[in-house]
Design a protein around this ligand. Structure first.
Ligand code: SF4
Length: 353
């Protein structure tokens, strides 16, 4: 199911008539070719139709199981195939995850993303994973997980437990994908996305820039995302973090303006989706962040430091947002108390579903 054999979905796949899923690769390429100022003006105009331009959604990410992944994603320090010196950590205890989520919420995060370095979850891990979803959800936060490929029954169980978002990235264009990963196919990824959607969860799906791909691959990635029958609600655009020991450790610098350009095109193609600045932000200047927000990025991952910084005023991200007059987007999904009853998420509790 690549460019050549996937038919774009019909035009209006959402209740909003301005949203299209029938973009052609040529239209996407033309957007990339626009003069920079024209592109940013268009992206900003679209952004203002759909979002408060001075608000960003804030997520926090926790690795609930780290390293020893059998896959061979060339950018990833968690693959067992590359010697990156990463310490392997088993699946975390449910209560420890909920405690971290509570800290993140107190520091201002509205969505808590939990990531496990798996090809796909084992059935024996599912009770703990589902308990984590229930526990974080009970805090009144949005929940997101990234656990690798899912079966139908696993997707249904996660949805049943209340998982709001499932993250599964396409990474790059179908054509360049084979240069990056050999242990699972682009179609495998699209199938997991379909399962997530069918189970009723929201989709978080994007890619990584700066892996040595060409502009046509960035066109291909965005075209894939923008022609899914329903756009991903969340579109993370990552910049490669060059980790020593991985095959992409010595990749050339990503051109900053091309990165911003990609954000702007994503905003125009998927006007109602949150476009997220994710990995690689540590290397981005304040000016690049500001341009990315102007281009339509409206979601960020807070760094890990948020969980350990006593005074959030000292947090670099919050300082930047304050400088730009940008506020955290308020959460309206849940309104549960900060101190939920553990019986509702304890995997060993008879109250847990
Ligand atoms: S599947 Fe995920 S954790 Fe595993 S190597 Fe690929 S990116 Fe890393």
């Amino acid at each position: 199911m690549t460019h050549s054999d996937r038919t774009p979905a019909p035009a209006n796949t959402s209740s909003n008539p301005g949203i299209r899923s029938d973009w052609t690769p040529g239209e996407v390429a033309e957007l990339f070719e626009l003069p920079f100022n024209d592109l940013l003006f268009r992206a900003q105009a679209v952004h203002r139709q759909y979002f408060d331009p001075n608000a960003v959604q804030i997520s926090t990410l926790l690795s609930i199981k780290t390293g020893a992944c059998p896959e061979d994603c060339a950018y990833c320090p968690q693959s067992t195939r590359f010697d990156t010196g990463l310490s392997v950590e088993e699946l975390m205890d449910v209560q420890a995850v909920v405690d971290q989520a509570q800290q993140a919420r107190q520091a201002g995060a509205t969505r808590f993303c939990m990531g496990a370095a798996w090809r796909s979850p084992k059935d024996r891990d599912m009770p703990a994973v589902l308990a984590m979803v229930r526990g974080v959800s009970a805090l009144g936060m949005e929940t997101c997980m990234t656990l690798g490929m899912l079966s139908d029954s696993q997707a249904e169980a996660l949805a049943e437990a209340g998982l709001d978002y499932y993250n599964h990235n396409l990474d790059t264009s179908p054509e360049y994908y084979r240069e990056i990963i050999s242990t699972r196919t682009y179609d495998d990824r699209l199938q997991t996305l379909e399962r997530v959607r069918s189970a009723g969860m929201k989709v978080c799906c994007g890619g990584i820039l700066g892996m040595g791909e060409q502009r046509m691959d960035r066109v291909g990635l965005l075209w894939q995302l923008a022609t899914l029958p329903t756009h991903p609600e969340s579109v993370p655009i990552n910049q490669l973090v060059r980790v020593p020991g991985t095959p992409l450790a010595d990749e050339a610098d990503m051109d900053a303006l091309e990165f911003v350009r990609t954000i702007a095109v994503a905003r125009i193609l998927m006007p109602a989706s949150h476009v997220r600045l994710s990995a690689g932000r540590e290397e981005m200047s304040e000016e690049m962040h500001a341009l990315a927000f102007m281009a339509g990025a409206n979601s960020i991952f807070y760094g890990d430091k948020l969980l350990t910084t006593a005074n959030p005023e000292e947090n670099r991200d919050l300082q930047l947002l304050a400088k730009l007059g940008i506020s955290p987007e308020p959460l309206t999904l849940h309104s549960a108390p900060l101190d939920p009853d553990p019986r509702f998420y304890d995997a060993s509790s008879p109250h847990a579903a």
